[in-house]
Design a protein around this ligand. Structure first.
Ligand SMILES: [Zn+2]
Ligand SMILES: [Zn+2]
Length: 342
């Protein structure tokens, strides 16, 4: 089968395409697994973290991609009641142990045995993939394939971030960074918290204009000060300085939720400017959001269907995965990037 394969880690530069188009053997579904013929796969910033070694896959070569829409080709023994042709999605969570205290308390995202699609098992930058049947998600019929793919990570983790931000209707919400997840959180917030103003901090003017189009009440550069203190801010940037700016802009008792699996080293020195009185005092909370649970994915898919939340999507052919990743690295972002595979 055709696959875009990651064979070697290193910094993304213009001259070095990180993935290679290869013909690799198609996996056979084992016990409890299904084989999917991939239709589309979303491109996520986490792939850059894997390629550049901040989140190294345990084995190379590996096929990246964890926002996969496909159709069941074959079900292995004990995989559940799948029929050939059923449309399902696969998200970042590929498996968890099911027996640890985290799994038993609805926090399988924190399971020490957590396995990730496109890191610990081969993902969706390929014509086929195998996955555990109980970690595949039915896709609501109202969503087409390319609309559904970004909901599986950008949307589901955005949903989890918004829940951790603890927003009540009417409270002021800030979004720092405005990529695939940020733009879906804005759409979600407009639906669930119609009286809440949303403040968007983004470096690029295109991103700020896009946020205004989608209903942000205020937009500005992360270094700017909005006219009000905010009750919660969700950070989706790969940088450190926006964390300080966000803490400065939080109201007393405000919550900062950092939705980033890794931060880049570039501006880590900014943390030396952390000032207790300005940034932390007055009961400000900081939390990170880690991975997703199957419930996050399914609840968000249902919400997207009910509220007609559709991502803005940019399509690339599978063979142009390197270009999609490069455009993401360069923050040429308008919505979510999706690879057309089959
Ligand atoms: Zn992702
Ligand atoms: Zn577990």
């Amino acid at each position: 089968m055709r696959a875009m394969v990651l064979e070697q880690l290193g910094p993304m530069t213009d001259g070095r395409p990180p993935l290679r188009l290869a013909d690799i053997p198609q996996a056979v579904p084992g016990k409890g697994e299904i084989l999917l013929r991939v239709s589309v796969c979303g491109v996520c910033h986490t792939e850059l973290d894997e390629i550049e070694g901040r989140l190294p896959p345990p084995r190379l070569p590996v096929v990246l991609g964890h926002q996969v829409i496909g159709r069941v080709e074959e079900a292995g023994p004990g995989a559940g009641s799948f029929r050939s042709g059923d449309r399902v999605g696969v998200a970042w969570i590929a498996s968890a142990c099911g027996t640890c205290t985290f799994c038993r308390s609805g926090r399988e995202n924190l399971c020490p045995e957590f396995k990730a699609t496109g890191r610990d098992i081969n993902g969706g930058y390929a014509e086929f993939l195998t996955v555990r049947g109980d970690f595949a998600h039915p896709i609501p019929s109202a969503l087409n394939d390319s609309q559904a793919a970004p909901l599986l990570c950008a949307g589901a983790i955005g949903y989890r971030s918004l829940a951790l931000a603890g927003i009540r209707d009417g409270e002021r919400l800030g979004l720092t960074g405005f990529g695939a997840s940020g733009h879906l959180v804005l759409k979600m917030a407009r639906h669930r918290f119609p009286r809440s103003d949303v403040f968007v901090f983004a470096r690029k003017e295109e991103e700020r204009n896009f946020a205004t189009e989608l209903g942000a009440s205020w937009v500005g550069d992360p270094s700017e000060t909005p006219p009000f203190k905010l009750d919660a801010i969700i950070d989706t940037t790969p940088a450190w300085r926006p964390i300080l700016e966000a803490l400065r802009n939080l109201d007393s008792g405000g919550r900062l939720v950092i939705n980033a699996i890794r931060k880049e080293a570039g501006d880590r020195d900014a943390l030396s400017g952390l000032d207790y009185a300005a940034h932390l005092w007055l009961e400000k909370d900081i939390r990170t959001v880690a991975n997703v649970t199957r419930a996050d994915v399914r609840e968000f898919l249902a919400l997207a269907e009910e509220a007609a939340i559709r991502p803005e999507v940019q399509l690339y052919p599978l063979e142009e995965a390197n270009q999609a990743l490069w455009d993401l690295k360069q923050r040429r972002i308008r919505g979510a990037k999706v690879l057309q595979v089959g």
